[in-house]
Design a protein around this ligand. Structure first.
Ligand code: FE2
Length: 293
């Protein structure tokens, strides 16, 4: 499945506008994680609502997982770098997410689900990204797909950079999931020491990288492991360029902003407070567990 692809030339790469360091927190039944994309960045990084990074080899940090909880109004994309997580939801979906797999869940009008580690030791590492839905799709039927690692389209550049295309397209390779409205691109990029990489991006799409191994250079700016770099939306820019002074691994995420109001109450993300009140009501009445709502 790996193909060799020469990246298209990027002549006006974007600059880094801001470096963000994640905030340690816990969620679910006490899972320790780092929230990198927090609520204060939701407008800036529209259509993305949240990015959590989890990484631990201490089972106490993850073993309790995320017991039953609801979502409405957006999509959750879980990318497991290492570990095993069992998912079950009220729409009748069940799956086991293993190292390298991606789970794409559209909560739409509402699901209740659980995400529970299926291991008692070893490393658990990965990301959960929240992608907003446009107003007219917030109440669609829930949807779910497990994407096995082997089914994620990949390419390798002549410099040996290996790219997994989870969503959108990059250098002519189309990813596992394509969305028309927000046009998300989600890449996992593995850069050998001394290599560089570029990919084109629409100038007005919001975009960031998160470095999870090593260090990359974006123009003059060094971006260290554990840091997110938000790219400036520079008119006339045609993409991003990264250089790796040492070997590095990075996720790149970009998308077309929706430009709609964002109102979040915990696991519900809607456009108005009235819709949030409705979500809370529907959840209390048990409507999320009813697949025929
Ligand atoms: Fe969840």
């Amino acid at each position: 499945m790996n193909q060799t692809t020469k990246p298209e030339a990027v002549t006006h790469p974007r600059t880094v506008e801001q470096i963000v360091v994640g905030r340690a927190t816990s969620d679910g039944a006490g899972v320790k994680l780092t929230r990198v994309l927090t609520q204060s960045l939701q407008q800036r990084l529209d259509p993305f609502l949240m990015l959590d990074v989890f990484k631990s080899d201490n089972p106490d940090d993850y073993i309790a997982g995320f017991p039953d909880h609801p979502h409405r109004g957006f999509e959750t994309i879980t990318y497991m770098l290492a570990g095993r997580m069992r998912h079950r939801d009220s729409a009748g979906h069940e799956g086991l997410l293993q190292s390298g797999d991606v789970q794409w869940m559209t909560a739409g009008r509402g699901v209740i689900h659980s995400e529970i580690p299926e291991q008692e030791s070893g490393v658990m590492e990965g990301f959960q990204l929240w992608l907003n839905l446009p107003a007219r799709h917030k109440m669609i039927t829930p949807w779910y797909r497990d994407i096995r690692s082997a089914n994620i389209p990949r390419y390798v550049t002549p410099e040996g950079v290996s790219v997994g295309v989870i969503a959108g397209s990059s250098n002519g390779v189309t990813g596992a999931v394509v969305r028309d409205e927000t046009e998300p691109i989600y890449l996992d990029i593995d850069l050998p020491a001394g290599s560089s990489f570029s990919t084109s991006l629409p100038a007005m799409h919001n975009a960031f990288i998160y470095v999870y191994r090593g260090k990359v250079q974006v123009g003059e700016k060094a971006v260290e492991a554990g840091h997110m770099a938000i790219f400036a939306n520079v008119p006339g820019s045609d993409g991003i360029s990264l250089a790796a002074p040492e070997s590095a691994r990075v996720i790149l995420v970009s998308g077309q902003p929706l430009g709609e109001p964002i109102v979040q109450y915990g696991p519900f993300v809607m456009n108005t407070q009235i819709e949030i009140d409705q979500a809370i009501n529907d959840f209390r009445k048990g409507h999320f567990a009813d697949t025929n709502v």
